[in-house]
Design a protein around this ligand. Structure first.
Ligand SMILES: Cc1cc2nc3c(=O)[nH]c(=O)nc-3n(C[C@H](O)[C@H](O)[C@H](O)COP(=O)(O)OP(=O)(O)OC[C@H]3O[C@@H](n4cnc5c(N)ncnc54)[C@H](O)[C@@H]3O)c2cc1C
Length: 420
């Protein structure tokens, strides 16, 4: 069986940033997954980035590969704050980053991962298998979609989650109900309305919160009072964005409260004019019952305890995500159990390592340890160099012991140096 030191599963912003760092430190590794798949296949065309351009870079070990550098390279007018950065530009930038800095990428899916004698064994969708000393899960939000129970019972052709959408042409002339009051709901509503869907948003909140239009010409005093953080303006956002290792020192319960309460549902500044007075948003709405009648979804919706009935061709739950590592079906039961999950969430060491030695988690699933910044691309700035340094140190210690040592004859391996 082929072998390598470290496997990264997931080729989104976190996986690619880490791979660039491992490449630079000479750690043999492979990265699995279609590059930027969540962004290119499951986010709608025309979507604009919610994060500011200066906070939408992947992280390289050397200069010259930020979003700003890419814009200069392509002749795109760059503005750190207040730029209308499209999903398309972000994906093209990330692929350019990958082509320049990430070599060992394999566009395969991991179908099974289990542990034998402390090493990780992978079965891949192209029929091959591999063994590695270390594994990093960089799986983003995949598998964590949350659909309220009242909607989850509907047949799949009538209900979906907001994270499932690439192409939106199918909504033209259709009645679509979107449940949710945050960026996913409002952003999808605007795009679907613009391609000719009849859209109605049902939000539990009493108000829609719109983020303020950024002012790129702020004076020094304003910047001092409200510094620009990678995930928002103000000192609180700044501290959360820039001190993830300090955040980890907080009590577990407090961390959980901060993650659950920070950045509630809101709409990006550039979205307001595309929603207000254009799309029907019913505030204070609670969906109490859902059924399919005569080929249409029929919802019973309460506003202030007054019930009414709403019909649609399809209902979309833009109701967020919940981290639960046990939902990654390719992980063996033994690995999931050994991770000592609390309510589905892994508690990570300072090095992003789980309770399973050699198994790391980066990206949104690490937010309960390192804070809300890990839910944004910006968090890769800390995760990628830190994990790479740690793995590189271990690799140099382990380099004396061939990866074959400790493997039974059935799993004897040869180090695939070509697989670096
Ligand atoms: C609609 C929407 C808009 C967003 N906008 C922003 C924004 O503007 N700015 C921002 O900072 N954040 C934004 N986010 C959050 C964003 O998803 C994360 O910040 C970022 O994508 C996390 O990167 P990642 O590398 O952890 O995961 P991802 O980008 O999700 O990449 C994970 C990859 O792992 C792959 N994968 C999963 N399972 C397997 C498997 N078994 N085998 C192989 N590969 C696998 C997936 O295909 C996927 O490509 C948005 C999220 C959503 C849903």
């Amino acid at each position: 069986m082929a072998a390598t030191d470290t496997v990264i599963i997931g080729a989104g912003p976190y996986g690619l940033s880490l791979a660039a760092h491992l490449n630079a430190s000479g750690v043999p590794h492979q990265i699995f997954g279609k590059p930027m798949q969540a962004w290119s296949d499951f986010m709608p065309p025309g979507m604009l980035m919610r994060s500011e351009a200066f906070a939408s870079s992947l992280y390289a070990p050397q200069r010259g590969y930020s979003m700003k550098d890419y814009c200069a390279h392509k002749g795109i007018r760059y503005q750190p704050v207040g730029m209308h950065l499209s999903r398309e530009t972000f994906v093209e930038y990330a692929l350019w980053f990958q082509q320049n800095l990430v070599s060992q990428i394999r566009t395969v899916e991991v179908l099974d991962m289990h542990r034998v004698e402390g090493k990780f064994h992978f079965s891949l969708s192209d029929g091959s298998s591999l063994v590695a000393r270390r594994a990093v899960l960089a799986l983003g939000l995949k598998g964590f979609e949350r659909i309220p129970m009242v909607l989850d019972r509907l047949p799949r052709e009538y209900v979906s989650h907001s994270c499932e959408y690439g192409n939106l042409d199918w909504v033209r002339d259709k009645d679509i109900v979107i449940v949710g009051g945050g960026q996913s709901a409002l952003g999808l509503a605007a795009l679907m309305h613009e391609v000719g869907g009849r859209i109605r948003v049902l939000a539990r909140e009493r108000n829609v919160t719109w983020n303020r239009t950024p002012n790129s010409t702020r004076g020094i005093l304003s910047k001092l009072l409200k510094p620009e953080g990678g995930i928002g303006q103000g000192w609180r956002a700044h501290i959360i964005a820039e001190y993830p290792f300090l955040f980890r020192e907080l009590r577990q319960q407090l961390r959980k409260e901060v993650v659950n309460s920070t950045w509630g549902p809101s709409g990006a500044w550039w979205l307001r004019d595309r929603v207000v007075d254009r799309i029907e948003v019913s505030l204070g709405s609670e969906v109490r019952h859902a059924a399919v009648e005569n080929g249409r979804v029929v919802l019973r919706v309460a506003v202030d305890n007054q019930e009414s009935q709403i019909e649609a061709n399809h209902v979309i739950a833009a109701t967020g995500f919940k981290t639960d590592m046990s939902r990654h079906v390719f992980l063996s039961n033994e690995i999931v159990q050994s991770m000592s999950l609390v309510d589905g969430v892994p508690e990570l060491t300072r090095n992003f390592e789980t309770a399973v030695r050699g198994l790391y988690v980066i990206g949104p699933a690490s937010a309960y340890s390192f804070g809300p910044v890990m839910r944004f691309v910006y968090g890769a700035k800390y995760a990628a160099p830190h994990v790479a340094r740690h793995i590189s140190r271990l690799y140099r210690q382990d380099a004396q012991t061939p990866l074959t040592a400790g493997c039974s004859t059935a799993t004897k391996t040869t180090i695939n140096q070509a697989g670096r």
